[in-house]
Design a protein around this ligand. Structure first.
Ligand code: ZN
Length: 629
C-alpha cells in the first residue's frame, strides 16, 4: 500500500517498523525498538507535516510490561492529586486508559508523567475523566468498549484500509447529492444522506416521539441501500437526531458512527431510557438493548476541530454547536475540496451557562444546511437576563404561596443549564432554601456532564478544571428515582421539580403534572420547544381542560396551576440569532438549505434570508433529493 511505503521511507529504516495499522485515518506505527519508540517525536512532526495525517508510534505488544506490574508502576508514577480511579489495558493496541478525577494533574507537567509511564512500562496512555457523580451507564459503556477491543482494532483498521486503498478522480462525472430522509419542513426525525459516486454517508438518524405517523426517517427512499452506507455522523444526543440509530444496526448496518464523546454516552443513556419507557407503557421500542450494544461497538469518537477522513473522498470536522453538551456542527470536505458542506444540527448562536456559542469560522463552506426551529418572524426570544429574572420571580412567588414549580425538560440540555443557574442563585443568596429535585435519568445525564467539562464554556470549564469546584454537585440538588420518593416530594413543602419529558407527552413530568396541576398554588414552567399535538402545546395555547393517559387509563383534569412559557432558555437560535449567524459566518455560503422547522416558519425564514442576504435559499421536502454540485 502506497501510504505504508511512504511512512517507511520517511522513517528511513524498515527494521524499525514491526507493523503499520490504521485507526480510521490515523496511522499507528508499531516498533520493537525502544529507543525509536521513546525518541521519535521530532520525526513524527516531520511525518505529520508531510503526510497531513496524525501519526503515532507505539511499542510492539510483545514488549509491553505485564499488566499487573504496569498497574503498580503507573500507580506510583501518577501524582496523588490526580485521584486515579481506574486503569484499562488494551494490549492489542498497546494502550492503557487511565480514568482520573483530575486528569489535568497528569498532563499539567508538560507530559512528564505520561513520558515516564511510556519509558517505564512501554504502554501508551489515553486519559479520561472519572465522573463526580456515579454513573452506571458510563461505566458499562467504557467496559463494553474495552471488552470489544480486538473487534474495534480490526474495525478501525479496515476503515483506514478502505480510505487509503481507494483512488478517486474528481472529474466532470463527479457529483455531490443531498437526500432528505427526515426533519425537512418538520421538527423531528432529522436524517439526510450525502452521496458521491463513491460514498454514501448519513447525517443524523432521529425519530419524532410526538408523531406516530411520521415518526421514523424514510429509509424506504430509493437512494438508500443499507448495505452501501459507509458512515453515520450524529450531531447530538437528542432523540430527534439519534433515536433511530440502534434500529439501523438492527436492520443490518455494519459501519461506523461518528460523534463526540458526550454525544456517544448521553445518546446511549437516552436509548436505554426510551426502551424502558416503552416497556412501562407496553409499546414496543423499534430496537432492543442488543442493538444499542452493537451501535456502541461501531462508535468512533471525534473531538471538535479534529479533521478525519471517513471515506476515501469525504473528510469530516465537528465544530461546537452551543446547543447541548457535545453538540456538533458537521463540516464535510467532499472530493478533496471539490465541495464543502456545513450542517448545523441544532445550534445556539449565543453563550449560555454551560456552553460557548456556536463556531462561525470555517475554511470553506459552499452549502449551509441550517436548522430553523425558531425561524418564524414571531420567534424573538427574550434576552437571557429577562428570562432568568422571570424564572426567579416565578420561583419566589410560588414558594410564597407554598406551591411547587414543575419544569418539564428534555433529558439533556435545559435541565443542566437550569441547574447551573440555580446553583449560581444559591451562591449569591437569591434562591429560597428549597429542595431542587432532579428526577430519574436526568441525574444520570448530569453524571455524564461531570465527566466532560472540556466541552463546556470557558468559564465553567475553568471553574471545574482549574478550581476543582463542580457546580453540578450542589447539596440542594435531590435525586429521585422511585415512586415512593416522588410521593414524598409531592406530599412535602415547596420544591422545584425538574423532570422529563419536556413536552409532557410521557415520562415522570406527566405524572408530576397530574398530581400538581389542579392546585392553584403550583406553577408549571415550559422551557423547551412544544411539538404540535403534545400536552405542552395544548397548555401553551390556553387549554385548561385536559385528558391525560396514566397507567393505561384516561383521566380528566382541570388545570388551575399557573402555566408559563420561557423561551429565553432555549438551546436553539431565534430568528435574530439565525440572521446574525448568516451575517457572521465566514466564508459566506452560496446556498442555504433550511431544515428542522415547521413548514410555515421555514417558508417565512427562507423568504427573509433570500431578500436579506441575496443568497440562494432552498426548503426541501422529505424525500426530495438535490444535486449540490
Ligand atoms: Zn436538539
Amino acid at each position: 500500500m502506497e501510504i505504508k511505503k511512504d511512512i517507511i521511507e520517511l522513517i528511513g529504516d524498515a527494521s524499525l517498523v514491526e507493523d503499520i495499522n490504521f485507526e480510521v485515518s490515523n496511522i499507528i506505527v508499531y516498533t520493537k525498538n525502544r529507543k525509536f519508540f521513546l525518541g521519535c517525536s521530532d520525526l513524527i512532526k516531520t511525518m505529520v507535516s508531510k503526510e497531513k495525517k496524525r501519526i503515532e508510534v507505539r511499542l510492539d505488544p510483545s514488549l509491553l510490561m505485564d499488566e499487573k506490574e504496569a498497574e503498580s508502576a503507573i500507580t506510583k508514577i501518577v501524582p496523588k492529586e490526580a485521584d486515579l480511579k481506574e486503569m484499562w489495558f488494551d494490549r492489542d493496541r498497546s494502550v492503557v486508559s487511565l480514568e482520573a478525577v483530575r486528569p489535568e494533574m497528569i498532563t499539567s507537567n508538560n507530559k512528564k508523567t505520561i513520558n515516564e509511564i511510556r519509558e517505564e512500562t512501554g504502554w501508551s496512555v489515553f486519559l479520561s475523566r472519572y465522573p463526580l457523580i456515579k454513573s452506571d451507564v458510563l461505566r458499562a459503556i467504557r467496559e463494553m468498549l474495552y471488552s470489544s477491543s480486538k473487534f474495534r482494532r480490526k474495525l478501525l483498521n479496515s476503515i483506514g484500509e478502505k480510505i487509503y486503498n481507494s483512488k478517486f478522480d474528481v472529474n466532470d462525472r463527479y457529483w455531490v447529492r443531498l437526500s432528505a430522509l427526515g426533519g425537512f419542513r418538520h421538527v423531528g426525525r432529522s436524517c439526510m444522506l450525502v452521496q458521491t459516486p463513491i460514498s454514501t454517508i448519513m447525517l443524523d438518524c432521529g425519530i419524532d416521539v410526538s408523531n406516530s405517523r411520521e415518526s421514523v426517517p424514510r429509509i424506504d427512499a430509493p437512494e438508500f441501500d443499507i448495505s452501501k452506507l459507509d458512515a453515520v455522523v450524529i450531531t447530538h444526543s437528542h432523540l430527534d437526531h439519534c433515536g433511530f440509530l440502534p434500529a439501523l444496526y438492527k436492520y443490518g448496518y455494519k459501519g461506523p458512527v461518528y460523534s463526540t464523546l458526550p454525544t456517544r454516552d448521553v445518546m446511549t443513556l437516552l436509548h436505554l431510557d426510551y426502551i424502558a419507557l416503552g416497556n412501562k407503557t407496553n409499546t414496543k421500542a423499534m430496537f432492543d438493548v442488543a442493538d444499542i450494544k452493537e451501535m456502541l461497538k461501531y462508535s468512533i469518537p471525534l473531538s471538535y476541530r479534529e479533521v478525519t477522513d471517513i471515506t476515501p473522498d469525504i473528510r469530516v470536522t465537528l465544530h461546537n454547536a452551543g446547543h447541548i453538551l457535545g453538540s456538533a456542527m458537521v463540516h464535510l470536505n467532499v472530493g478533496s475540496g471539490f465541495y464543502n458542506i456545513l450542517y448545523t444540527g441544532d445550534f445556539k448562536y449565543a453563550n449560555s451557562k454551560t456552553l460557548n456559542k456556536a463556531d462561525n469560522i470555517f475554511d470553506r463552506v459552499e452549502a449551509l444546511i441550517m436548522e430553523s426551529t425558531y425561524g418564524g418572524d414571531q420567534d424573538q426570544q427574550p434576552s437571557r437576563e429577562d428570562a432568568e429574572q422571570f424564572f426567579l420571580d416565578i420561583i419566589t412567588k410560588t414558594v410564597e404561596k407554598k406551591g411547587k414549580v414543575l419544569v418539564p425538560v428534555l433529558g439533556v440540555g435545559r435541565a443542566q443549564e437550569l441547574m447551573l443557574l440555580i446553583e449560581e442563585w444559591e451562591r449569591f443568596g437569591l434562591m429560597p432554601d428549597i429542595p431542587v429535585v432532579v428526577d430519574g435519568m436526568l441525574w444520570d445525564v448530569t453524571a455524564i456532564y461531570t465527566a466532560y467539562p472540556e466541552f463546556m464554556n470557558t468559564e465553567t470549564k475553568k471553574r471545574i478544571i482549574e478550581h476543582n469546584s463542580n457546580p453540578f454537585i450542589s447539596p440542594n440538588f435531590k435525586h429521585t428515582v422511585s415512586e415512593e420518593e416522588r410521593q414524598q416530594i409531592l406530599a412535602g413543602g415547596p420544591a422545584i421539580i425538574i423532570a422529563t419529558s419536556g413536552m409532557l407527552n410521557g415520562g415522570p413530568s406527566l405524572s408530576y403534572f397530574a398530581n400538581l396541576c389542579e392546585d392553584e398554588r403550583n406553577s408549571v414552567v415550559l422551557v423547551s420547544y412544544q411539538g404540535a399535538g403534545t400536552l405542552g402545546r395544548t397548555l401553551q395555547n390556553g387549554g385548561r381542560d385536559v385528558d391525560i393517559e396514566l397507567n393505561g387509563k384516561i383521566r380528566h383534569f382541570t388545570v388551575n396551576s399557573l402555566i408559563y412559557s420561557i423561551e429565553g432558555f432555549s438551546g436553539h437560535s431565534d430568528r435574530n440569532q439565525l440572521e446574525r449567524y448568516i451575517n457572521d459566518i465566514k466564508p459566506k455560503p452560496r446556498k442555504l438549505i433550511l431544515d428542522h422547522g415547521e413548514e410555515s416558519k421555514i417558508i417565512s425564514l427562507s423568504h427573509f434570508m433570500r431578500k436579506r442576504f441575496k443568497i440562494e435559499t432552498l426548503a426541501p421536502h422529505v424525500l426530495d433529493a438535490l444535486r449540490l454540485k
